[in-house]
Design a protein around this ligand. Structure first.
Ligand code: HEM
Length: 445
Protein backbone atom coordinates (compact mmCIF):
# COMPACT_ATOMS: atom_id res chain seq x y z
CA UNK A 1 0.00 0.00 0.00
CA UNK A 2 2.71 2.43 1.02
CA UNK A 3 4.74 1.68 -2.10
CA UNK A 4 1.65 2.54 -4.12
CA UNK A 5 1.20 5.88 -2.31
CA UNK A 6 4.84 6.73 -2.82
CA UNK A 7 4.76 5.94 -6.54
CA UNK A 8 1.57 7.88 -7.05
CA UNK A 9 2.06 10.92 -4.81
CA UNK A 10 5.79 11.16 -4.13
CA UNK A 11 7.73 11.33 -0.89
CA UNK A 12 5.21 13.33 1.13
CA UNK A 13 1.40 13.29 1.22
CA UNK A 14 -1.39 14.24 3.58
CA UNK A 15 -4.44 12.23 4.66
CA UNK A 16 -7.46 14.10 5.95
CA UNK A 17 -8.63 12.64 9.27
CA UNK A 18 -12.18 11.27 9.38
CA UNK A 19 -14.52 10.36 12.27
CA UNK A 20 -12.53 12.19 14.90
CA UNK A 21 -9.09 11.14 13.60
CA UNK A 22 -6.43 13.80 13.10
CA UNK A 23 -4.88 14.73 9.74
CA UNK A 24 -1.74 12.69 9.08
CA UNK A 25 1.25 13.39 6.88
CA UNK A 26 2.97 10.36 5.35
CA UNK A 27 6.64 10.93 4.65
CA UNK A 28 9.18 8.74 2.86
CA UNK A 29 12.03 11.19 3.41
CA UNK A 30 14.57 10.24 6.13
CA UNK A 31 15.56 13.90 6.49
CA UNK A 32 11.96 14.46 7.68
CA UNK A 33 12.27 11.57 10.15
CA UNK A 34 15.30 13.24 11.63
CA UNK A 35 13.48 16.59 11.83
CA UNK A 36 10.54 14.95 13.63
CA UNK A 37 12.70 13.14 16.18
CA UNK A 38 15.10 16.03 16.75
CA UNK A 39 12.15 18.32 17.47
CA UNK A 40 10.44 16.00 19.93
CA UNK A 41 9.49 17.54 23.23
CA UNK A 42 10.39 15.72 26.45
CA UNK A 43 7.04 13.96 26.17
CA UNK A 44 6.82 12.62 22.61
CA UNK A 45 3.33 11.71 21.49
CA UNK A 46 2.67 8.49 19.59
CA UNK A 47 -0.86 7.60 18.56
CA UNK A 48 -2.33 5.92 21.64
CA UNK A 49 -4.74 3.03 21.94
CA UNK A 50 -7.83 5.13 22.69
CA UNK A 51 -10.09 2.17 23.48
CA UNK A 52 -7.65 1.05 26.18
CA UNK A 53 -7.42 4.56 27.68
CA UNK A 54 -11.20 4.74 27.68
CA UNK A 55 -11.40 1.35 29.42
CA UNK A 56 -8.81 2.16 32.05
CA UNK A 57 -10.14 5.66 32.82
CA UNK A 58 -13.89 5.18 32.48
CA UNK A 59 -14.64 1.52 33.03
CA UNK A 60 -12.14 0.46 35.71
CA UNK A 61 -10.94 3.56 37.60
CA UNK A 62 -10.81 1.53 40.83
CA UNK A 63 -8.07 -0.70 39.33
CA UNK A 64 -5.99 1.86 37.45
CA UNK A 65 -6.31 4.94 39.71
CA UNK A 66 -5.78 7.26 36.75
CA UNK A 67 -2.52 5.53 35.67
CA UNK A 68 -3.25 4.54 32.10
CA UNK A 69 0.12 3.04 31.16
CA UNK A 70 2.98 3.63 28.75
CA UNK A 71 1.24 2.50 25.58
CA UNK A 72 -1.72 4.81 25.99
CA UNK A 73 -0.83 7.83 28.08
CA UNK A 74 0.55 11.12 26.80
CA UNK A 75 2.27 14.25 28.09
CA UNK A 76 3.24 14.58 31.74
CA UNK A 77 1.25 11.47 32.71
CA UNK A 78 3.35 9.40 30.28
CA UNK A 79 6.57 11.10 31.44
CA UNK A 80 5.81 10.29 35.10
CA UNK A 81 5.38 6.57 34.36
CA UNK A 82 8.36 6.39 32.03
CA UNK A 83 10.61 8.08 34.63
CA UNK A 84 9.64 5.40 37.15
CA UNK A 85 9.96 2.50 34.74
CA UNK A 86 13.18 3.45 32.89
CA UNK A 87 15.63 2.78 35.74
CA UNK A 88 14.24 -0.75 36.09
CA UNK A 89 13.52 -1.80 32.52
CA UNK A 90 16.29 -0.01 30.67
CA UNK A 91 19.01 -1.30 33.01
CA UNK A 92 20.72 -4.19 31.23
CA UNK A 93 21.46 -6.10 34.44
CA UNK A 94 17.80 -6.16 35.51
CA UNK A 95 16.82 -7.85 32.26
CA UNK A 96 19.88 -10.08 31.86
CA UNK A 97 19.35 -11.58 35.32
CA UNK A 98 16.46 -13.48 33.71
CA UNK A 99 18.70 -15.19 31.14
CA UNK A 100 18.74 -18.64 32.69
CA UNK A 101 14.95 -18.65 33.24
CA UNK A 102 14.35 -17.46 29.67
CA UNK A 103 16.77 -20.13 28.42
CA UNK A 104 14.91 -22.73 30.50
CA UNK A 105 11.68 -21.75 28.72
CA UNK A 106 13.43 -22.04 25.32
CA UNK A 107 14.68 -25.52 26.24
CA UNK A 108 11.18 -26.55 27.26
CA UNK A 109 9.99 -25.27 23.90
CA UNK A 110 12.49 -27.56 22.16
CA UNK A 111 11.14 -30.54 24.11
CA UNK A 112 7.63 -29.60 23.10
CA UNK A 113 8.66 -29.19 19.47
CA UNK A 114 10.36 -32.61 19.54
CA UNK A 115 7.15 -34.16 20.80
CA UNK A 116 4.99 -32.42 18.18
CA UNK A 117 7.13 -33.11 15.10
CA UNK A 118 6.28 -35.94 12.75
CA UNK A 119 9.65 -37.78 12.55
CA UNK A 120 8.95 -38.85 8.95
CA UNK A 121 8.23 -35.43 7.51
CA UNK A 122 9.86 -33.06 10.00
CA UNK A 123 6.60 -31.10 9.95
CA UNK A 124 4.49 -29.94 12.86
CA UNK A 125 0.94 -31.14 13.29
CA UNK A 126 0.03 -28.13 15.47
CA UNK A 127 -0.15 -24.53 14.38
CA UNK A 128 3.46 -23.31 14.62
CA UNK A 129 2.63 -19.64 15.09
CA UNK A 130 0.33 -20.55 17.99
CA UNK A 131 3.15 -22.56 19.59
CA UNK A 132 5.56 -19.68 19.18
CA UNK A 133 3.10 -17.20 20.64
CA UNK A 134 2.86 -19.41 23.72
CA UNK A 135 6.66 -19.41 24.00
CA UNK A 136 6.76 -15.60 23.72
CA UNK A 137 3.92 -15.26 26.19
CA UNK A 138 5.51 -17.59 28.73
CA UNK A 139 8.80 -15.65 28.42
CA UNK A 140 7.40 -12.13 28.75
CA UNK A 141 5.00 -13.24 31.52
CA UNK A 142 7.94 -14.59 33.50
CA UNK A 143 9.43 -11.09 33.58
CA UNK A 144 6.16 -9.16 33.83
CA UNK A 145 4.47 -11.32 36.47
CA UNK A 146 7.41 -13.15 38.03
CA UNK A 147 5.38 -16.30 37.37
CA UNK A 148 5.76 -19.43 35.26
CA UNK A 149 2.45 -20.06 33.51
CA UNK A 150 3.40 -23.59 32.42
CA UNK A 151 2.36 -23.08 28.80
CA UNK A 152 5.17 -25.22 27.37
CA UNK A 153 3.39 -28.25 28.75
CA UNK A 154 -0.01 -27.07 27.62
CA UNK A 155 -1.89 -29.99 29.13
CA UNK A 156 -0.74 -29.02 32.63
CA UNK A 157 -0.98 -25.25 32.26
CA UNK A 158 -3.25 -23.03 34.28
CA UNK A 159 -6.57 -22.44 32.42
CA UNK A 160 -6.36 -18.79 33.51
CA UNK A 161 -3.12 -18.43 31.53
CA UNK A 162 -4.80 -19.76 28.40
CA UNK A 163 -7.71 -17.37 28.94
CA UNK A 164 -5.23 -14.50 29.23
CA UNK A 165 -3.47 -15.37 25.99
CA UNK A 166 -6.83 -15.64 24.17
CA UNK A 167 -7.84 -12.22 25.46
CA UNK A 168 -4.51 -10.74 24.33
CA UNK A 169 -5.12 -12.13 20.86
CA UNK A 170 -8.63 -10.62 20.82
CA UNK A 171 -7.10 -7.27 21.85
CA UNK A 172 -4.69 -7.37 18.94
CA UNK A 173 -7.31 -8.41 16.41
CA UNK A 174 -10.03 -5.99 17.49
CA UNK A 175 -8.07 -2.95 18.58
CA UNK A 176 -6.98 -2.19 15.01
CA UNK A 177 -10.66 -1.77 14.01
CA UNK A 178 -11.36 0.67 16.82
CA UNK A 179 -8.08 2.49 17.32
CA UNK A 180 -6.56 2.74 13.85
CA UNK A 181 -9.43 2.42 11.35
CA UNK A 182 -12.24 5.02 11.51
CA UNK A 183 -14.97 3.79 13.90
CA UNK A 184 -18.17 4.91 15.63
CA UNK A 185 -17.37 3.49 19.08
CA UNK A 186 -16.93 6.93 20.60
CA UNK A 187 -20.60 7.59 19.72
CA UNK A 188 -22.04 4.17 20.64
CA UNK A 189 -20.64 0.81 21.71
CA UNK A 190 -20.94 -1.70 18.86
CA UNK A 191 -21.06 -5.49 19.57
CA UNK A 192 -17.42 -5.85 18.38
CA UNK A 193 -16.36 -3.04 20.71
CA UNK A 194 -18.11 -4.78 23.59
CA UNK A 195 -16.03 -7.90 22.87
CA UNK A 196 -12.91 -5.77 23.05
CA UNK A 197 -14.02 -4.42 26.44
CA UNK A 198 -14.63 -7.99 27.59
CA UNK A 199 -11.07 -8.89 26.54
CA UNK A 200 -9.75 -5.88 28.52
CA UNK A 201 -11.77 -7.09 31.52
CA UNK A 202 -10.27 -10.53 31.30
CA UNK A 203 -6.70 -9.20 30.85
CA UNK A 204 -7.19 -6.97 33.90
CA UNK A 205 -8.64 -9.71 36.09
CA UNK A 206 -6.19 -12.45 35.24
CA UNK A 207 -3.12 -10.19 35.38
CA UNK A 208 -4.22 -8.78 38.75
CA UNK A 209 -4.68 -12.33 40.02
CA UNK A 210 -1.11 -13.28 39.01
CA UNK A 211 0.36 -10.08 40.46
CA UNK A 212 -1.36 -10.70 43.78
CA UNK A 213 0.01 -14.24 43.82
CA UNK A 214 3.52 -12.98 42.99
CA UNK A 215 3.27 -10.38 45.77
CA UNK A 216 2.81 -13.14 48.34
CA UNK A 217 6.28 -14.41 47.40
CA UNK A 218 8.04 -11.04 47.40
CA UNK A 219 9.57 -11.12 50.84
CA UNK A 220 10.38 -14.80 51.03
CA UNK A 221 12.16 -14.83 47.67
CA UNK A 222 15.80 -15.87 48.04
CA UNK A 223 16.52 -14.78 44.44
CA UNK A 224 17.50 -11.24 43.46
CA UNK A 225 14.50 -8.95 43.15
CA UNK A 226 12.41 -9.38 40.03
CA UNK A 227 11.42 -6.59 37.62
CA UNK A 228 7.87 -6.76 39.02
CA UNK A 229 9.07 -6.42 42.59
CA UNK A 230 11.38 -3.53 41.77
CA UNK A 231 8.55 -1.68 40.01
CA UNK A 232 6.14 -2.50 42.81
CA UNK A 233 8.43 -0.94 45.38
CA UNK A 234 8.63 2.25 43.29
CA UNK A 235 4.88 2.54 42.63
CA UNK A 236 2.23 -0.14 43.03
CA UNK A 237 -0.15 1.31 40.40
CA UNK A 238 2.65 1.67 37.86
CA UNK A 239 3.78 -1.93 38.50
CA UNK A 240 0.28 -3.28 37.81
CA UNK A 241 -0.26 -1.33 34.61
CA UNK A 242 3.29 -1.97 33.38
CA UNK A 243 2.88 -5.73 33.81
CA UNK A 244 -0.24 -5.57 31.62
CA UNK A 245 1.46 -3.38 29.03
CA UNK A 246 4.41 -5.77 28.85
CA UNK A 247 2.04 -8.63 28.11
CA UNK A 248 0.14 -6.59 25.55
CA UNK A 249 3.24 -5.34 23.75
CA UNK A 250 5.56 -8.28 24.28
CA UNK A 251 3.85 -11.35 22.87
CA UNK A 252 3.08 -10.86 19.18
CA UNK A 253 5.99 -8.50 18.53
CA UNK A 254 8.60 -11.03 19.62
CA UNK A 255 6.87 -14.05 18.09
CA UNK A 256 6.46 -12.22 14.75
CA UNK A 257 10.16 -11.31 14.69
CA UNK A 258 11.14 -14.85 15.60
CA UNK A 259 9.06 -16.39 12.79
CA UNK A 260 10.43 -13.91 10.26
CA UNK A 261 14.03 -14.63 11.32
CA UNK A 262 13.50 -18.37 11.05
CA UNK A 263 11.90 -17.87 7.64
CA UNK A 264 14.81 -15.85 6.26
CA UNK A 265 17.31 -18.37 7.63
CA UNK A 266 15.30 -21.21 6.07
CA UNK A 267 15.26 -19.49 2.71
CA UNK A 268 19.01 -18.78 2.95
CA UNK A 269 20.56 -22.13 3.94
CA UNK A 270 24.14 -20.92 3.49
CA UNK A 271 23.50 -18.13 6.02
CA UNK A 272 21.93 -20.67 8.36
CA UNK A 273 25.07 -22.83 8.12
CA UNK A 274 27.26 -19.79 8.78
CA UNK A 275 25.20 -19.09 11.89
CA UNK A 276 25.39 -22.72 12.98
CA UNK A 277 29.19 -22.54 12.96
CA UNK A 278 28.96 -19.69 15.46
CA UNK A 279 26.45 -21.61 17.59
CA UNK A 280 28.49 -24.82 17.66
CA UNK A 281 31.54 -22.86 18.80
CA UNK A 282 29.32 -21.28 21.46
CA UNK A 283 27.74 -24.55 22.62
CA UNK A 284 29.88 -27.55 21.65
CA UNK A 285 27.22 -29.67 23.38
CA UNK A 286 23.68 -28.63 22.40
CA UNK A 287 22.35 -28.81 25.95
CA UNK A 288 25.00 -26.68 27.61
CA UNK A 289 23.41 -23.73 29.44
CA UNK A 290 23.51 -20.22 28.06
CA UNK A 291 25.39 -17.87 30.35
CA UNK A 292 26.38 -14.21 30.48
CA UNK A 293 29.85 -15.28 29.40
CA UNK A 294 29.06 -17.48 26.40
CA UNK A 295 26.33 -15.18 25.01
CA UNK A 296 28.63 -12.16 24.81
CA UNK A 297 30.05 -13.01 21.44
CA UNK A 298 27.29 -13.82 18.94
CA UNK A 299 27.81 -11.28 16.12
CA UNK A 300 26.33 -13.41 13.35
CA UNK A 301 23.17 -14.23 15.32
CA UNK A 302 22.71 -10.55 16.16
CA UNK A 303 23.29 -9.70 12.49
CA UNK A 304 20.53 -12.16 11.50
CA UNK A 305 18.03 -10.53 13.87
CA UNK A 306 18.96 -7.01 12.72
CA UNK A 307 18.70 -8.02 9.09
CA UNK A 308 15.26 -9.54 9.71
CA UNK A 309 14.09 -6.32 11.34
CA UNK A 310 15.30 -4.44 8.27
CA UNK A 311 13.28 -6.67 5.95
CA UNK A 312 10.22 -7.15 8.11
CA UNK A 313 10.01 -4.80 11.09
CA UNK A 314 6.94 -5.25 13.28
CA UNK A 315 5.37 -2.13 11.81
CA UNK A 316 5.55 -0.51 8.39
CA UNK A 317 6.54 2.75 10.02
CA UNK A 318 6.87 4.85 13.14
CA UNK A 319 4.41 7.49 14.24
CA UNK A 320 4.48 10.78 16.10
CA UNK A 321 2.12 13.67 16.60
CA UNK A 322 4.12 16.81 15.84
CA UNK A 323 4.90 18.44 19.20
CA UNK A 324 5.93 21.67 17.48
CA UNK A 325 5.32 23.37 14.12
CA UNK A 326 7.64 21.62 11.66
CA UNK A 327 8.83 21.98 8.08
CA UNK A 328 8.90 18.58 6.35
CA UNK A 329 10.16 18.22 2.77
CA UNK A 330 9.58 21.97 2.39
CA UNK A 331 5.94 21.90 3.64
CA UNK A 332 4.72 23.50 6.88
CA UNK A 333 3.27 20.87 9.21
CA UNK A 334 1.52 22.45 12.20
CA UNK A 335 1.80 21.15 15.75
CA UNK A 336 -0.82 18.47 16.44
CA UNK A 337 -0.75 16.88 13.00
CA UNK A 338 0.14 13.17 12.83
CA UNK A 339 3.38 12.23 11.08
CA UNK A 340 3.80 8.70 9.78
CA UNK A 341 7.39 7.83 8.90
CA UNK A 342 7.29 5.02 6.36
CA UNK A 343 10.52 3.26 7.29
CA UNK A 344 9.88 -0.22 5.92
CA UNK A 345 9.52 0.95 2.32
CA UNK A 346 12.90 2.65 2.61
CA UNK A 347 14.74 -0.11 4.45
CA UNK A 348 13.66 -2.45 1.62
CA UNK A 349 14.88 -0.14 -1.10
CA UNK A 350 18.26 -0.07 -2.88
CA UNK A 351 18.26 3.71 -2.45
CA UNK A 352 19.06 3.21 1.24
CA UNK A 353 20.37 -0.35 1.53
CA UNK A 354 22.57 -1.77 -1.19
CA UNK A 355 21.40 -5.18 -2.43
CA UNK A 356 18.30 -4.65 -0.32
CA UNK A 357 16.52 -7.76 -1.61
CA UNK A 358 19.28 -10.03 -0.25
CA UNK A 359 19.36 -11.37 3.31
CA UNK A 360 22.86 -10.29 4.33
CA UNK A 361 23.45 -10.54 8.11
CA UNK A 362 27.06 -9.60 7.31
CA UNK A 363 26.04 -6.04 6.55
CA UNK A 364 25.64 -5.50 10.31
CA UNK A 365 28.99 -6.98 11.32
CA UNK A 366 31.96 -4.65 11.45
CA UNK A 367 34.53 -7.44 11.17
CA UNK A 368 32.84 -8.69 7.98
CA UNK A 369 33.76 -5.55 6.09
CA UNK A 370 36.34 -7.38 3.97
CA UNK A 371 33.83 -9.94 2.71
CA UNK A 372 30.69 -7.80 2.63
CA UNK A 373 31.11 -4.41 0.97
CA UNK A 374 27.66 -3.17 2.05
CA UNK A 375 28.47 -3.27 5.77
CA UNK A 376 26.57 -0.67 7.79
CA UNK A 377 26.32 1.90 5.04
CA UNK A 378 22.93 3.35 5.79
CA UNK A 379 21.14 6.42 7.06
CA UNK A 380 20.44 5.70 10.76
CA UNK A 381 16.93 7.21 10.55
CA UNK A 382 15.86 4.67 7.92
CA UNK A 383 16.39 1.74 10.26
CA UNK A 384 14.74 2.19 13.66
CA UNK A 385 12.93 -1.09 14.41
CA UNK A 386 12.55 -0.26 18.11
CA UNK A 387 11.72 3.41 17.56
CA UNK A 388 13.77 6.39 18.69
CA UNK A 389 14.25 8.85 21.53
CA UNK A 390 12.58 8.99 24.95
CA UNK A 391 9.58 7.00 23.70
CA UNK A 392 11.60 4.15 22.26
CA UNK A 393 10.58 0.51 22.97
CA UNK A 394 10.97 -0.27 26.65
CA UNK A 395 11.14 -4.01 25.96
CA UNK A 396 14.04 -3.92 23.47
CA UNK A 397 16.55 -5.63 25.74
CA UNK A 398 14.12 -8.29 26.80
CA UNK A 399 13.00 -8.93 23.21
CA UNK A 400 16.60 -9.28 22.05
CA UNK A 401 17.46 -11.68 24.85
CA UNK A 402 14.39 -13.81 24.16
CA UNK A 403 15.04 -13.90 20.42
CA UNK A 404 18.71 -14.77 20.79
CA UNK A 405 17.93 -17.56 23.25
CA UNK A 406 15.22 -19.28 21.22
CA UNK A 407 17.19 -18.97 17.97
CA UNK A 408 20.28 -20.52 19.59
CA UNK A 409 18.21 -23.40 20.90
CA UNK A 410 16.31 -24.07 17.67
CA UNK A 411 19.25 -23.78 15.28
CA UNK A 412 21.66 -25.68 17.51
CA UNK A 413 19.13 -28.54 17.51
CA UNK A 414 17.59 -28.49 14.03
CA UNK A 415 18.35 -27.71 10.42
CA UNK A 416 15.29 -25.74 9.31
CA UNK A 417 14.00 -25.36 5.76
CA UNK A 418 10.95 -23.82 4.10
CA UNK A 419 9.00 -26.33 2.07
CA UNK A 420 6.12 -24.06 1.10
CA UNK A 421 5.51 -23.15 -2.52
CA UNK A 422 4.43 -19.67 -1.54
CA UNK A 423 6.54 -17.24 0.52
CA UNK A 424 5.59 -16.45 4.11
CA UNK A 425 2.51 -14.22 4.15
CA UNK A 426 1.78 -11.30 6.48
CA UNK A 427 -1.31 -9.56 7.80
CA UNK A 428 -1.29 -6.03 9.10
CA UNK A 429 -3.35 -5.38 12.21
CA UNK A 430 -1.80 -3.38 15.06
CA UNK A 431 1.49 -4.94 13.94
CA UNK A 432 2.75 -6.72 10.85
CA UNK A 433 2.31 -10.42 11.59
CA UNK A 434 3.25 -13.61 9.78
CA UNK A 435 0.10 -15.44 8.73
CA UNK A 436 -1.06 -18.39 6.67
CA UNK A 437 0.73 -21.71 6.30
CA UNK A 438 3.96 -22.01 8.34
CA UNK A 439 5.77 -24.39 5.99
CA UNK A 440 8.84 -25.07 8.11
CA UNK A 441 10.56 -28.44 8.08
CA UNK A 442 12.78 -29.39 11.03
CA UNK A 443 15.57 -31.98 10.79
CA UNK A 444 17.22 -32.93 14.06
CA UNK A 445 20.99 -32.36 13.84
C1 HEM B 1 11.14 -7.69 18.48
C2 HEM B 1 10.31 -7.25 19.40
C3 HEM B 1 9.85 -5.84 19.54
C4 HEM B 1 9.89 -4.80 18.64
C5 HEM B 1 10.46 -4.82 17.23
C6 HEM B 1 9.31 -3.65 19.30
C7 HEM B 1 9.18 -2.39 18.71
C8 HEM B 1 8.58 -1.31 19.32
C9 HEM B 1 8.40 -0.03 18.69
C10 HEM B 1 8.79 0.34 17.26
C11 HEM B 1 7.82 0.80 19.61
C12 HEM B 1 7.46 2.28 19.39
C13 HEM B 1 8.69 3.11 19.75
C14 HEM B 1 8.60 4.59 19.37
O1 HEM B 1 7.49 5.09 19.16
O2 HEM B 1 9.65 5.25 19.27
C15 HEM B 1 7.63 0.04 20.83
C16 HEM B 1 7.06 0.53 21.97
C17 HEM B 1 6.85 -0.23 23.12
N1 HEM B 1 7.25 -1.53 23.32
FE1 HEM B 1 8.20 -2.75 22.00
N2 HEM B 1 8.93 -3.99 20.56
C18 HEM B 1 9.26 -5.31 20.77
C19 HEM B 1 9.08 -6.05 21.92
C20 HEM B 1 8.58 -5.56 23.10
C21 HEM B 1 8.52 -6.30 24.34
C22 HEM B 1 9.01 -7.75 24.56
C23 HEM B 1 7.92 -5.50 25.25
C24 HEM B 1 7.62 -5.81 26.69
C25 HEM B 1 8.40 -5.61 27.64
C26 HEM B 1 7.66 -4.21 24.60
C27 HEM B 1 7.07 -3.13 25.20
C28 HEM B 1 6.84 -1.91 24.59
C29 HEM B 1 6.16 -0.79 25.24
C30 HEM B 1 5.55 -0.81 26.63
C31 HEM B 1 6.18 0.26 24.33
C32 HEM B 1 5.60 1.67 24.54
C33 HEM B 1 6.73 2.56 25.07
C34 HEM B 1 6.31 4.00 25.35
O3 HEM B 1 5.39 4.49 24.70
O4 HEM B 1 6.91 4.63 26.25
N3 HEM B 1 8.07 -4.29 23.30
N4 HEM B 1 8.11 -1.24 20.62
Amino acid sequence: MEDYFRKRYGDILRFKGTLGKIDTVFTFNPADFETVYRNETIWPVRLGVDSLTYYRVNKRPEVFHGVTGLITSQGRAWGDIRNKVNPVMMKVQNIRQNLSAIDGIAQEFIKRLDSLLDPRTGRLSNNFSEEIKMWAFESVAFVALNTRLGLMTREKSDPMALKLSDSLTTFLEKSYNYDVAPSFWKYFETPGFKQLIKAYDSITEVTTHYIEKAMEQFDQSAEGKSVLEKLYRIDKNVAVVMAMDMLMAGMDTTSATFISTLYFLSKNPEKQEELRKELIALLPEPNMPLTEENTKNMPYLRGCIKETLRFRPIANGNFRIAGRDLVLSGYRVPKGVGVYMATMTLSNSDEYFERSAEFLPERWIKSAKATCPVTQKHNPFVYLPFGFGPRTCIGKRLAEMELETILVRILRNYRVSWVGEKPLEYINNLILQPAGEMSFKFEKL
